[in-house]
Design a protein around this ligand. Structure first.
Ligand code: AMP
Length: 292
């Protein structure tokens, strides 16, 4: 496994791999502090592709000025050890200056989709995400890039960008990996103490309760959202940022539920830590009400 720090080296390697032509390249973009959620993406990339590249880059442009860029967990040595075990071929771990050299001035904005939900709560966030993913796709030139449903809106925005800007990469989105408690794995879970970790299970409990109601025929968005809100409000350590029900493809806010899959998503503060989670309500999928 080679660790690549320079964008130039990554690009010349990508050029060589593409020229060889008979090997598919998979890219898994991450911000490191790897957990089983990341590893599920890497596992799928390993199964689908001949060459697997994992990028590790804590991207400053997707953090707001009061957010946790400085304190975001970083441990490249531990991550590299994990990735070697997973038979990853290349780790692309550039510095901020490699990605944003002096004079950098081009940003990608996916309009409309980026102003909903996380975009409304975190202005500029998706501009940073789309920009760095565009740079990563151009640097690695993968046939496939792997993203998690954990960041549902991010996956939708990246798919739109890839379509609009004609990137030659197929986007693969994989399910949310959870702890046994139901808590969705996240690098930010490291911020939680044990009491907060227990409290954080309320996110999945609330979503699962709403999904159960949906499976039993509830089609009133306001009632489903209310159920999520009251479940979370019963947990004193939790503070809701938003709970929203949107079309799972267009992210349009839903006034009523019909046959289209809907994304029930939320952001909740547990202490100072902001966590996100979601579930897709889709009557055509037989869902297991006990899990998520
Ligand atoms: P991050 O390092 O948080 O930027 O995440 C890198 C990728 O891993 C993104 O595509 C995330 O959606 C995905 N991811 C993060 N947590 C999970 C999880 N619990 N299950 C599945 N994918 C995840």
């Amino acid at each position: 496994m080679e660790i690549i720090n320079r964008r130039k080296r990554m690009m010349s390697l990508a050029r060589k791999l593409r020229r060889e032509g008979n090997r598919t390249i998979g890219l898994v973009p991450t911000m490191g502090a790897l957990h089983e959620g990341h590893l599920s993406l890497i596992h799928e990339a390993r199964a689908m592709c001949d060459v697997v590249v994992v990028s590790i880059f804590v991207n400053p442009t997707q953090f707001g000025p009061t957010e946790d860029f400085a304190s975001y967990p970083r441990d490249l040595t531990a991550d590299a050890g994990t990735l070697a075990e997973y038979n990853v071929d290349y780790v692309f771990a550039p510095t901020v200056e490699e990605i944003y050299p002096q004079g950098f001035s081009t940003y990608v904005t996916v309009e409309g989709l980026s102003s909903e939900l996380e975009g409304a709560a975190r202005p500029g966030h998706f501009r940073g995400v789309a920009t760095v993913v565009a740079i990563l796709l151009n640097s690695v030139r993968p046939n496939f890039a792997f993203f998690g449903q954990k960041d549902a809106q991010q996956s939708i925005i990246i798919k739109q960008m890839v379509r609009d800007l004609a990137f030659d990469t197929e986007i693969v989105v994989l399910p949310i990996v959870r702890e046994e408690s139901g808590l969705a794995l996240s690098s930010r879970n490291a911020y939680l103490d044990s009491q907060q970790r227990g409290a954080a299970t309320v996110l999945n409990r609330a979503l699962t309760a709403a999904r159960r109601e949906y499976d039993e025929g509830e089609r009133n968005p306001a009632r489903l959202i209310e159920l999520v809100r009251t479940t979370i409000e019963a947990q004193p350590l939790a503070r809701i940022d938003y709970v929203s029900l949107n079309d799972a493809v267009t992210l349009e806010k839903l006034e009523k539920l019909d046959d289209e899959p809907a994304l029930l998503s939320l952001a909740v503060f547990i202490g100072k830590t902001r966590l996100i989670d979601n579930v897709v309500l889709d009557h055509s999928l037989k869902q297991d009400a006990a899990g998520a």
